[in-house]
Design a protein around this ligand. Sequence first.
Ligand SMILES: NC(=O)c1ccc[n+]([C@@H]2O[C@H](COP(=O)([O-])OP(=O)(O)OC[C@H]3O[C@@H](n4cnc5c(N)ncnc54)[C@H](OP(=O)(O)O)[C@@H]3O)[C@@H](O)[C@H]2O)c1
Length: 281
Amino acid sequence: MKNQKIVITGASDGIGYVCANILAGQGAEVILVGRNREKCAAAVETIKRATETDTITFEIADLSLLREVRALAEGIAAAHGHIDVLLNNAGAFTKSRRQTDEGLEHTFALNHMAYFVLTDLLLPRLRAAQQGRIINVASGVHRRGRINFDDLQGQRNYAGWPAYCHSKLMNVMFTHVLARRLEGTSVTANSLHPGFVASKFGHNNKGIASLVLRLAQTLMAISPEAGAKTSVYLATSPDLATTSGRYFEKCREVAAAPQSLDETAQERLWQISEEVAASIP
Ligand SMILES: NC(=O)c1ccc[n+]([C@@H]2O[C@H](COP(=O)([O-])OP(=O)(O)OC[C@H]3O[C@@H](n4cnc5c(N)ncnc54)[C@H](OP(=O)(O)O)[C@@H]3O)[C@@H](O)[C@H]2O)c1
């Protein structure tokens, strides 16, 4: 991975942190993105010590806010002529509906719009790489997702877990459209499920749902190291240099849910995402 520049969102903790550690250890230049300065600085220092490298830096952005996503992209684009891999990984399960100060529902904003806008703005840098890779961390629960175009942001009806599943379906659908738009270029786009991982995923919520999730993580989940494997595989495998528009689990391509393959719905989601992005200056 020497001379490879890799941007990883949500890399201050969990699966993203492990990916940053592994990829830095393989010699890549890693740009770790997180929202908490102290935590990111500590993560970078730990990785530098563990990997005996100094090619890892960090950038701060609250990715639920489009203005911060744009500022992040601007900073990265100004500092780097090309990006080899963009690993869109930051995501969360938000049990109760909340709106960002830009007026977007939080799950939709962080889990979908941040992927959409950051990818769009960094695309020129990915095109400038010899072979650019966009990797979208989705989830197996995209299979339970349904896109309700009449209430995309749960204004009439919000429930945290379904909203999370819908957002992960959006990740897979977004990847499919993106791959279509990138056909004939040197940039690929794929999505993945990392597995059920014992990270801090869901710990931001309170109450019984959070307790049940933590218990399930303790009893049934794989480690963040195991959870990072498919992301690292997609970022590094020479076999995947031209593979695009696919969905992976356990480092293997598997079929994505049928509802993610509906091209009319994919294009509609893309168009609405563009409109949402344009509505927030
Ligand atoms: N864990 C699972 O079982 C599982 C299963 C399927 C898919 N996934 C997906 O895997 C990805 C990574 O999840 P994880 O399990 O590693 O979760 P995690 O341990 O909660 O880590 C999430 C990372 O995202 C960052 N983040 C959260 N909100 C952010 C925001 N508003 N702005 C910027 N960064 C933000 C967190 O920052 P802080 O350190 O500041 O909190 C952290 O670095 C997510 O997309 C998730 O949907 C997870």
